[in-house]
Design a protein around this ligand. Structure first.
Ligand SMILES: [Zn+2]
Length: 321
């Protein structure tokens, strides 16, 4: 477990209030710090689990799983977390766990909870899919602004990462490890998956959620299902989902597909019955989904963008009729 000193935001605020009342103490709140708690999931491989929650000011956006792999050439990271503050703590943790510098950070996709910590690393050691650098140039400021609004002071000092290299399809060897790069899509327009062949660890990014409802605001459900089929054909030993527990087997792949099917069917059915957004958000969900974290929250988000898409497709503007 991590030996990091941790302060909750509540404790930090409390300290700040005390400081205001006591003139001999500094007048600033204690700096926020992420309680990074690495779990060794395989020999010399550690996952820092994200909270099964939406991004909030309490969790500072630390909701995605981040993994550190030791290699004879240095530490390799899968994703970098939500902020510069997180990335800085992650870098120190990875160096302490492995006793080596971080030589490679693979970013799986553009979502803030996975990429914004990358500013803490040498850009030459940060890789993404072919479109990631350009996408971050275009959308990175909106991404960081949104995170500042939602997560607040945790984001201080966070800018837009500029990945210095592209991870192309194929195999990249780092030390004794062999990372097979799988450029897929569906959760976003570019999802970089990795399969570390020497350990059998499969990193599907956010193409797989487990025991947490998947996020769909940038999704293409058809492509996503195709990617899940590709992932299900990989003979892996452990699957490290973007969010949720690490497990052997294909439960995460199957559950993510089932969630996509459920969301699309519910929203399609509601649309055909003429429900509006708020009515559809209140629709019951099948019993099996009660085991998923943030299920109503994610269903509501899915309604907000999938319903308008159906309306655009099937209800032409009267000026076009
Ligand atoms: Zn995502």
């Amino acid at each position: 477990m991590s030996q990091e000193t941790t302060f909750t935001r509540r404790a930090g605020l409390a300290l700040g209030l005390c400081a205001a009342a006591l003139p001999w103490l500094p007048a600033e709140a204690a700096p926020l710090a992420y309680p990074l708690a690495p779990v060794e999931i395989a020999p010399r491989v550690w996952t820092i689990y994200g909270a099964p929650e939406p991004i909030t000011r309490a969790n500072g956006g630390a909701i995605a799983n981040i993994t550190v792999l030791d290699t004879s050439d240095g530490a390799v990271l899968i994703d970098a977390g939500p902020s510069h503050r997180y990335g800085t703590a992650l870098k120190a943790l990875a160096e302490r766990l492995t006793g080596k510098p971080v030589v490679q950070v693979y970013l799986t996709h553009i979502h803030a909870d996975h990429v914004l910590g990358a500013t803490a690393f040498d850009p030459g050691a940060v890789s993404g899919g072919p479109a990631l650098r350009g996408d971050l140039k275009r959308a990175g400021t909106d991404l960081t602004n949104g995170m500042y609004r939602v997560a607040g002071d945790w984001m201080r000092g966070t800018g837009v990462p500029e990945p210095g290299r592209v991870a192309e399809a194929g195999v990249e060897t780092i030390g004794e490890r062999r990372f097979r790069i799988l450029p897929l899509a569906g959760h976003t327009r570019e999802d970089l998956c990795l399969f570390e062949e020497s350990s059998g660890l499969l990193f599907p990014g956010d193409l797989v959620f487990l025991d947490r409802a998947a996020t769909t605001p940038d999704a293409d459900p058809e492509r996503w299902r195709g990617a899940l089929t590709t992932l299900s054909e990989i003979d892996h030993r452990l699957l490290i989902p973007g969010h949720g527990p690490v497990e052997a087997g294909r439960r995460g792949i199957d559950q993510t597909r089932r969630w996509l099917d459920t969301v699309e069917a519910r929203i399609g059915d509601g649309f055909s019955r003429g429900l509006d957004v708020t009515e559809l958000m209140a629709e019951p969900l099948p019993d099996w989904t009660t085991g998923l974290a943030v299920v109503r929250y994610e269903f509501a988000r899915s309604v907000m963008h999938l319903l308008p898409a159906l309306e655009r497709r099937d209800l032409p503007r009267c000026t076009q009729a």
